[in-house]
Design a protein around this ligand. Structure first.
Ligand SMILES: [Fe+2]
Ligand SMILES: [Fe+2]
Length: 157
C-alpha cells in the first residue's frame, strides 16, 4: 500500500492557494468518486501532483511548482463518477469539463489552464501541452493511471 504524505519535501508549497483546492467541498466530494481500480479521483489527483513534482526535481527542470501542483490537483475536476453513466467519450470530454468547473471555482493562471485542458493528449489531438508543467502532468497522469489500473498503486490520501 502506497501511503505517501502529499508534497513531503515541498512543505513551502502548502500555501493557502493549494489548501483552498484540497479543502474545497468539491475536492472532498471527489474522495467518493472512483478513478481507477480502488483509487479515488481525490487520491489520483494528489498523486499526480506529487509525482509531477518528483519528476520535475529529478530532471532538474525549472518549473513553476505552485502552478504545477494546482493544475495537477484540478486536472480531473469533472465532479462525477464516470463509472456511473458509462460514457465512451468521457476521455475526450472531461478535460474541458474540468477546466470549466475549476475556472468557476478558482482563479486560474495560464499554466494551470494549460495543464487541465491538455492533460489527455494525444487522445485530444489538437490540445497539445505547450509548457513544461503541462507536459509533466500529461506524462505522469498516464503513469499513475496505468499503475492504478494494474492495482500496483493503491494510495489513499
Ligand atoms: Fe483526466
Ligand atoms: Fe487523471
Amino acid at each position: 500500500m502506497k501511503n505517501l504524505t502529499p508534497f513531503t519535501d515541498n512543505s513551502e508549497l502548502k500555501t493557502k492557494e493549494i489548501r483552498e483546492i484540497l479543502d474545497s467541498p468539491e475536492m472532498q466530494q471527489s474522495k467518493g468518486f472512483v478513478q481507477h481500480g480502488r483509487v479515488s479521483v481525490y487520491s489520483h489527483s494528489v498523486a499526480v501532483a506529487e509525482y509531477s513534482c518528483r519528476l520535475a526535481r529529478k530532471l532538474r527542470l525549472r518549473v513553476d511548482f505552485h502552478s504545477l501542483i494546482r493544475g495537477a490537483l484540478l486536472h480531473d475536476f469533472f465532479l462525477y463518477d464516470w463509472h456511473d453513466d458509462w460514457d465512451l467519450l468521457h476521455g475526450f470530454k472531461h478535460p474541458r469539463m474540468a477546466l470549466k468547473n475549476a475556472g468557476e471555482q478558482f482563479s486560474l493562471n495560464k499554466t494551470e489552464r494549460n495543464i487541465i485542458r491538455k492533460h489527455m493528449w494525444p487522445m485530444t489531438l489538437i490540445n497539445i501541452p505547450t509548457c513544461k508543467e503541462a507536459w509533466l502532468v500529461c506524462i505522469i497522469d498516464k503513469y499513475c493511471s496505468l499503475l492504478e489500473t494494474l492495482k500496483i498503486f493503491k494510495y489513499q490520501y
